[in-house]
Unconditional design. Structure first.
Length: 148
């Protein structure tokens, strides 16, 4: 997937030093090789699309992404609304339900939480079912106030 992405970036004539894919394990105890560099921190925006339901621990994955946001940075999650298709083939969650706001808060991006479910879903599973998906966002606070 990473190779295909990078090939497409070249084919589109986009700047490969700015737009590129790189493989790493977000859940490893130490950052994957090359991901400790400062350029991989302090992002204004991180978007994770239809991937969170594949992580062994979606909560840990969210915390790890938030660690890489700048103060005031935004995390956007696109993923499936809770559904009844059984988890298999590397899928670890049957979508996300009413706990999502708390998951954003616990990950440190509870500020300005917002959540929308588009009118139309996408087809998935065998036989295919229409699955609804959401876009959710939350902000890392601009600063942390320490109470004395
Ligand atoms: C269904 S794909 C989504 C890919 C892409 N966002 C898209 O919309 O086409 C799920 C992705 O989650 C990634 N993933 C699962 N666990 C991971 C982990 N621990 N660290 C990094 N990526 C992980 C997989 O490598 C896979 O690329």
């Amino acid at each position: 997937m990473v190779e295909e992405y990078n090939k497409n970036i070249v084919a589109l004539g986009l700047p490969t030093d700015k737009v590129f894919a790189k493989k790493g394990n977000l859940l490893s105890d130490n950052p994957s090789e090359g991901f400790s560099d400062p350029e991989y921190f302090n992002f204004d925006l991180i978007i994770i699309g239809f991937a969170l339901h594949h992580f062994k621990s979606p909560d840990l994955a969210m915390r790890r992404l938030v660690e890489r946001l700048a103060p005031g940075g935004i995390l956007v999650v696109l993923d499936f609304v809770e559904h009844s298709i059984e988890v298999e083939n590397g899928v670890t969650a049957s979508g996300f339900g009413p706990d999502l706001r708390r998951q954003f808060e616990n990950a440190g991006v509870g500020d300005g939480f917002d959540y929308v479910v588009p009118d139309r879903g996408v087809m998935r599973g065998k036989p295919p079912k229409e699955l609804r998906y959401f876009l959710a966002r939350g902000k890392r606070p601009n600063s942390v106030t320490i109470q004395s």
